[in-house]
Design a protein around this ligand. Structure first.
Ligand code: GLN
Length: 492
């Protein structure tokens, strides 16, 4: 069998069971693809030896009839998840040489279900960004080139994950999503990216950005793979105080279920001024697909949508400024070279040299909005508006079962042509941030290519802990659009 790295998880599961190939052979095929495409720079740390060892164990368990949900599946891990004994950097110089002594709950869940780790993949530094251009370890290229033959960005912050999976260098990857970092890179690279309900996946051992928003999720090539991988990642964890003590359903059961009679909300506020014509048309086309499948389209209003971005850019930096205060040159990783005048001087030099520009900008914004003179005017007010955003969704979900919107106001930027003004870049998150604010499950489904030959994707949002509705709808869309993941910038 050739091209083992093109198969989906359910195909792999069947073939491994029948003995058509081994987990070791599968891992080798992915390692080869990873090594051939090193120029895309998705991986910060490759762990081929670990992968082969884990795959051997998988083969033993398959023979013994003890296969887990992710048995033998070669995956990439966003470099934000702590992996015991394996360098974990958050794509930052300040953690360049950090080797955790513990395993994150999400990766530990995946490994105990048989997943195989190919390596750690890049992201925007501390997951702050939408391009992966802020990684300390260099530019990551998406395997999708634009029509002029130039490489595009893989989105962000989970851009190493999206490059690895869309480039067939991993069957799936973990991502984290604080304001869109799973959904937007999935949309840029033609992948399925699911952010579950806040609390579904434990945050323990995942390097924190904004703790009230951070949520892990899977990035895969198919909707079914997304369901399989999420089930393996999710689950209650005592070590995370906001972990949801709820049973994890079989998400795979939702695939292919009829969506007849489901009510789908189309929020008018997402039809923003200047929304790209192609994306607007694509949104209508996908809504019609759901209608043809028996769903009912309902016009809804989410009036607070326009406040979600500004509120996010107060709350997320505020939480980040507190979370990142631990990187002080004493406890973890990098310390600037001395001599120092005093302790403050050591902190100052370490943090100025250890953090990149965007991270420093966020720490400054966060510290500002939390300072005593401005706390009420910014932080308290933002928390109140956040509540209103959640209320808006709650009311909408009295009328509808799910909401359909575009995932991003544009397709991928050509490298070098991305917005240079940070504020303009922040505005690109407008479609993903609202669901994050409300802690709702949301996912990207790839649907088409635009006139530049680049992937477009739509976002489905469902009720708290009702990921299955979004998976059912996503599988209907997937089947109807027959999207071909065929990036033009790969070495095979
Ligand atoms: N792009 C958003 C930001 O820069 C979201 C990042 C994320 O979800 N981690 O903050």
């Amino acid at each position: 069998m050739t091209n083992l790295n093109k198969l989906s998880m359910d195909q792999v599961r069947n073939s491994l069971k029948k003995g058509e190939f081994s987990a070791v052979e599968l891992a080798k095929s992915y390692i080869q693809a990873m090594e051939k495409n090193r120029d895309l720079n998705a991986f910060i740390t490759e762990t081929s030896e670990i992968a082969l060892k884990q795959a051997e164990e998988s083969d033993k368990r398959i023979k013994a009839g003890n296969a887990g949900l992710m048995e033998g599946m070669p995956i990439a891990i966003k470099d934000l998840f702590c992996t015991k004994g394996v360098r974990t950097t958050a794509s930052s110089k300040i953690l360049e040489n950090f080797i955790p002594e513990y395993e994150s709950t999400v990766t530990s869940n995946l490994f105990s279900q048989g997943a195989v780790m190919l390596g750690k993949v890049a992201c925007d530094e501390f997951a702050m960004g939408s391009t992966t251009l802020t990684s300390f370890f260099g530019t990551v290229k998406s395997p999708w080139k634009d029509q002029k033959g130039e490489y595009t960005v893989p989105g962000g912050s989970s851009g190493g994950s999206s490059t690895a999976v869309s480039g067939f260098m991993a069957i799936g990857a973990t991502g984290t999503d604080t304001g869109g970092s799973i959904r937007q890179p999935a949309s840029f690279t033609g992948l399925v990216g699911a952010k579950p309900t806040y609390g579904r996946c434990s945050r323990w051992g995942t390097i924190a950005f904004a703790s009230s928003l951070d949520q892990a999720g899977p990035m895969t090539r198919t909707v079914r793979d997304s369901a399989i991988m999420l089930e393996a990642m999710a689950g209650y964890d005592q070590k995370d105080s906001t972990s949801a003590n709820r049973d994890v359903p079989c998400f795979e059961n939702a695939i292919g279920k009829s969506v007849k009679g489901m009510r789908i909300g189309i929020p008018k506020e997402y039809r923003v001024d200047g929304l790209n014509e192609e994306i607007s048309k694509e949104w209508d086309r996908i809504a019609q697909i759901l209608k043809d499948a028996g769903a009912e389209l309902v016009d809804i209003s989410l009036a607070t949508t326009k406040y979600a971005g500004p509120v996010y850019y107060i709350i997320a930096p505020a939480e980040a400024s507190a979370n990142l205060s631990r990187y002080d040159g004493v406890r973890f990783g990098f310390r600037a070279d001395g001599p120092f005048d005093n302790l403050d001087d050591m902190y100052l030099k370490t943090r100025s040299q250890g953090f990149g520009d965007e991270v420093q900008r966020r720490i400054l914004m966060g510290t500002y909005v939390l300072s005593s003179g401005f706390y009420d005017a910014y932080f308290t007010k933002a928390q109140k508006v956040r509540r209103l955003i959640a209320e808006d969704f709650k009311q909408a979900f009295e009328k509808v079962d799910a909401i359909l919107t575009p995932s991003s106001p544009s397709s991928a930027y050509t490298i070098g042509k991305e917005p240079k003004d940070p504020l303009e870049m922040y505005l690109s998150d407008i479609f993903t941030i609202p669901a994050s604010m409300a802690g709702l499950p949301a996912m990207n489904v790839p649907t088409n290519l635009d006139s530049n030959g680049l992937p477009l994707g739509m976002q489905l949002i469902s009720k708290h802990f009702d990921e299955n509705t979004m998976f059912s709808l996503a599988s209907v869309i997937e089947e109807a659009v027959d999207f071909q993941l065929n990036p033009n910038g790969l070495k095979e």
